[in-house]
Design a protein around this ligand. Structure first.
Ligand code: SF4
Length: 359
């Protein structure tokens, strides 16, 4: 697993600060240059201080944007220059309690927007940055301000925002319209049946609120990626959900059907929720066929390729972020590994897919 937090050493009296690890010559005052390397410890000079990073080779962090936390002696890799999977965790607070949540909510919110803005300004040209939570729109005004501020100097950036879709209102329409070109909204919907959706997200009335807010996103012309984690609770309703999407949400750019991640509440509820799609794909296949027949896009996230019937494999995406992706020993001999999403780092074979077969 790629480490997103590295051991660091610097003056503990300093406040946290953001730097970019220089590839060579310093390009701006926020670049830090390598002074020397000794016994696996990298010593860098930033504008006002020096600091060390451990457990990593210089080439592996060249161009990365780090948040140095002197008090905890940790460097957070906010942006990895060679990765397409960079996400800022806006907040750990959330108003839903989804059965499969991989990042269980916390009460406390730590405002990191100042550091995220510094990091965004140092991101590679044309980067897409994920914004997730928790529920980022619980801090909607601060989030919108952050995006506006980032774009004043970096209008080449785009953002993919994961939200539960509960917190839009009509007053957001002008902002949503004026920002639609560079924002992609990833919004979960788990069922066309309000009671099942509300049960899965642990919030009465969530489906009704979501439905109204989908209309707002449609009115704004926002780019929308619908997301549905397949579970025992909703798998039989997927064809109905496909019908609902094609009738009422035809403006959605795509529908991502996703496999569960065995961490957080997903780990706690694994046996209650995990649906082994390597054994049974009928409802998934019917939902995909309906979407295709009505010419609406559908993709499969987090499905190992061999768990999908061959006819649908072209829909599978390499969706698992590189830092938490792994393969199994039997994948070594598989000819399709290069196209396969693989598994989450915390996947367990003993209670996972029954049908893993090297191709
Ligand atoms: S055997 Fe492994 S690499 Fe091959 S398709 Fe299955 S999960 Fe992917």
């Amino acid at each position: 697993m790629i480490q997103l937090r590295l051991r660091s050493e610097c003056d503990r009296s300093l406040s946290p600060f953001v730097v970019r690890i220089s590839n060579g010559a310093r390009q701006c005052r926020d670049d830090a240059t390598l002074i020397f390397e000794k016994l696996g410890v990298l010593n860098y000079r930033a504008e006002h201080t020096e600091f060390c990073i451990r457990d990593v080779a210089p080439k592996d962090i060249a161009g990365d944007v780090l948040l140095i936390d002197p008090r905890r002696q940790i460097a957070h890799r906010l942006i990895r220059a060679r990765s397409r999977h960079n996400t800022f965790l806006i907040t750990e607070q959330c108003d839903q309690r989804c059965l499969m949540c991989s990042q269980p909510p916390k009460e406390h919110h730590q405002d990191m927007f100042e550091h995220f803005l510094s990091a965004a300004r140092l991101a590679p040209l044309g980067a897409q940055i994920g914004l997730s939570g928790g529920e980022p729109l619980l801090h909607k005004q601060a989030l919108f301000n952050f995006i506006d501020a980032a774009w004043t100097t970096r209008d080449d950036l785009s953002f993919h925002i994961l939200t539960n879709g509960q917190h839009f209102d009509e007053g957001d329409l002008p902002w949503l319209r004026s920002h639609r070109a560079q924002l992609l909204w990833g919004v979960p919907i788990y069922s066309a049946d309000a009671a099942i959706h509300d049960e899965i997200v642990g919030k009465p009335g969530a489906f009704a609120q979501l439905s109204g807010n989908f209309s707002l996103l449609g009115l704004a012309g926002a780019a929308l990626e619908l997301r549905t984690v397949v579970m025992k609770q909703n798998v039989s309703g997927l064809p109905d959900l496909a019908d609902f999407i094609t009738r009422y949400l035809p403006f959605a750019a795509t529908w991502a059907i996703m496999q569960m991640e065995r961490i957080g509440y997903g780990r706690m509820n694994w046996s209650h929720c995990f649906f082994d799609s390597s054994k049974e794909f009928t409802d998934l296949g019917a939902a995909i066929d309906l979407m295709s027949a009505r010419r609406q896009s559908v993709v499969l996230y987090n499905f190992p390729l061999c768990t999908i019937p061959p006819v649908f494999r072209n829909l599978a995406a390499q969706s698992i972020s590189d830092w938490k992706q792994k393969y199994l020993p039997e994948c070594e001999s598989c000819s399709t590994r290069i196209r396969c999403a693989g598994f989450f780092e915390w996947y367990r074979e003993e209670d996972g897919f029954m049908g893993i077969h090297p191709q």
